[in-house]
Every structure is written in structure tokens, then in C-alpha cells.
Ligand binder design. Structure first.
Ligand SMILES: NC(=O)OP(=O)(O)O
Length: 331
């Protein structure tokens, strides 16, 4: 474990692509251990007196609270920064902000989802930061979410996820600009872990071509599969795991009204009981949350026997604590 967090330079957690499969497994193993310790009230003071800076350009329930509660449970402290109260309007660059915060604490975590800008902001910080920069969701990646997803799958299907049949599908929502980062990070990590992934979406609702190419390369290298289809049902047939979720039509048009007009053509892309019947008997329904109930998914599925959404949400704190511990130098 030491080679992972005791490197000369800080490791940044921008995407799971920057970590080996062995390192990803290490994160998941530690998350499992932290979950057991939390349930047994065993203290885990691995980041005693350390400070994490949290910057959120976008709203959050799970991510903010998993990081704030997580570092407190590790013995450290979170300093929440509201961008509207930072010196951004006076032109402070991400590089200068990172240089300053790195002198005052031990980690910087940022949510910045604006399309074409978020990842650049994080990369700017990471290019100079002397402490780990962690991605709490940008316009390309959501690495903390997919670690929690993988942990949830391991809890249901065992540690080895090779060959697991996973359907990731676009679903209808009254929204035109939900980030691409969740499905993109899912196809990247799940193919790395050897899963058999079907990605379904209506034509025009493409993910970023470079990310799809990387996921295809991952599948070839690690023995996974990535099939792309434009029929929602294809993601459900014989699936162990289904993850139907909306994402924005960023490549449909630059005009939000045109995107919504195209989105509304696909109201039938809803996860309902008929589609769940196509899955395996022991299948699980997952969603990163928040879900658009009645549009992305019917209540009887999201509240039904296949749903593991609250395990998935809970696992955000255990995986967050694991990544912070490994990157910020505890244990
Ligand atoms: N899944 C997720 O990232 O939730 P929040 O947007 O509430 O943080």
C-alpha cells in the first residue's frame, strides 16, 4: 500500500484511468474495511488534524456530505468554499488558488461540471498543486461515484466482477444538461474491471468519442466488453445490473430548446417493471441519484426489490474515506 500514497509527488484523483487496477482494488478493499469499522464504531483516525478544502461550483447532496462527514470520521477537518465568495471574479486562476490552498492544508476537492470548463479547472489545479486534487464531478468524469458503484456491485455479486452483465442506459428526464460524467466514468471503470457492458441511448445522445474509444481499449485490454445500441431494452436483457439515467444532449445542438425538443421525443425511455422483467432474477437497479421519479424510473422499480440505491449512496462515504486516506497520506 505504501507505494500508492508515499510517492514523491502528490497523486491526483481526476479519473480512475490514472490508477492501475491493483490501486483501484486497494481503494475498494480499504472502503470495505472502513465500512466494517464504521458499523462497529471502531475509530479510524487516519487523517488526524488534516484539512481538506472543498470547492463546489454546482449543487450536491451525496458528494459534499460524504466528503465532509468522511474527513471528520478520519479525524480531519473540511473547509467548505463557496465559489461566489472566492476571488474568482477578480481573476484568480485555478493554478494560483491551488498553490495557496496547498500551503494551508492537505487536499483540495472540487466539483465543477460546466461543459468544456470543469475538467480544465481541475487539471489547472492539479498541474501545480503540492497536495492531492480530487474530482468531485466535472464535465467528463465522476470517479468517486463509480468507485461506490463498483463497491455496491461487489457486495451483491462478489469481489470478482469479470463477466458481470451491466446495462447502462440513457433515460428520459425534464433536463437538457445533466453531465455526461457518470455514464462516461462507468464505461471506463467497468470495462477495466472486465464487465460485459451494454450502453444504450437514443441516436444523437452520444457520449464523448474519446471516452468511448478509451473504454473500448480498456475492454480489449482487460477482457471486458462494450456494446453500443440505440434500443433501451437491449441494456436490460439478461443483465445483472441496470443503470438507467438521464444525461444531456450536448452533441444534439448548442440551443437548449432544441435539445429539450429532441429529449421529449424519448419519453418512452423509462425504467419500468416491463423492462426489469428482461433482467436476471437477482438483478440490481442502480442510480447515482438524484433520480427523476416518474420520468427516468417508476416508483415501483426505484423503491422495489431490485433497487440498491441507498447502499450505493451510502458507499459514497466509504469510498470517499478510502481515497482520502490513500491520497492524503494516512495509515
Ligand atoms: N451522485 C451524486 O454525485 O450526488 P450529488 O449530486 O448529490 O452529490
Amino acid at each position: 500500500m505504501s507505494a500508492f500514497f508515499k510517492t514523491e509527488k502528490s497523486r491526483h484523483f481526476i479519473t480512475t484511468q490514472d490508477f492501475t487496477n491493483e490501486e483501484i482494488e486497494m481503494m475498494l478493499d480499504l472502503a470495505r474495511d472502513l465500512k466494517i469499522k464504521m458499523a462497529s464504531n471502531i475509530p479510524t483516525p487516519y487523517l488526524l488534524y488534516k484539512t481538506l478544502f472543498l470547492i463546489f461550483f454546482d449543487q450536491s447532496t451525496r458528494t459534499r456530505n460524504s466528503m465532509e462527514a468522511g474527513i471528520a470520521q478520519l479525524g480531519g477537518h473540511a473547509n467548505f468554499l463557496n465559489p461566489s465568495m472566492m476571488q474568482l471574479s477578480h481573476g484568480e486562476t485555478p493554478e494560483d488558488t491551488a498553490r495557496v490552498l496547498a500551503r494551508m492544508g492537505h487536499g483540495i476537492a472540487v466539483r465543477a461540471c460546466e461543459f468544456g470548463k470543469g475538467n480544465k479547472y481541475l487539471r489547472g489545479m492539479a498541474s501545480v498543486s503540492q497536495v492531492p486534487v480530487m474530482n468531485l464531478q466535472d464535465d467528463i468524469y465522476h470517479p468517486f461515484q463509480v468507485l461506490a458503484d463498483a463497491m455496491t456491485m461487489q457486495e451483491r455479486f462478489g469481489k470478482n466482477l469479470k463477466g458481470l452483465k451491466v446495462g447502462i442506459s440513457w433515460a428520459y428526464a425534464e433536463s437538457h444538461l445533466k453531465p455526461l460524467s457518470v455514464p462516461q466514468s462507468q464505461i471506463l471503470l467497468f470495462t477495466r474491471l472486465g464487465m460485459d457492458v451494454t450502453l444504450a441511448y437514443p441516436e444523437k445522445f452520444d457520449l464523448m468519442p474519446d471516452i468511448v474509444k478509451q473504454a473500448q481499449e480498456n475492454a480489449e485490454k482487460y477482457g471486458g466488453k462494450l456494446n453500443i445500441t440505440h434500443k433501451m431494452e437491449d441494456a436490460f436483457v439478461d443483465a445483472h445490473v441496470v443503470i438507467p439515467k438521464n444525461w444531456g444532449g450536448f452533441f444534439v445542438s448548442d440551443d437548449p430548446e432544441e435539445i429539450m425538443a429532441e429529449t421529449r421525443k424519448h419519453k418512452d425511455w423509462i425504467c419500468d417493471e416491463e423492462k426489469m422483467k428482461l433482467t436476471r432474477k437477482d438483478s440490481i437497479y442502480m442510480h447515482a441519484l438524484p433520480a427523476d421519479r416518474g420520468r427516468e424510473v417508476v416508483d415501483s422499480v426505484i423503491d422495489g426489490p431490485h433497487s440498491v440505491i441507498f447502499d450505493e449512496a451510502e458507499n459514497r462515504i466509504h469510498t470517499a474515506k478510502a481515497v482520502m486516506t490513500l491520497l492524503m497520506g494516512g495509515r
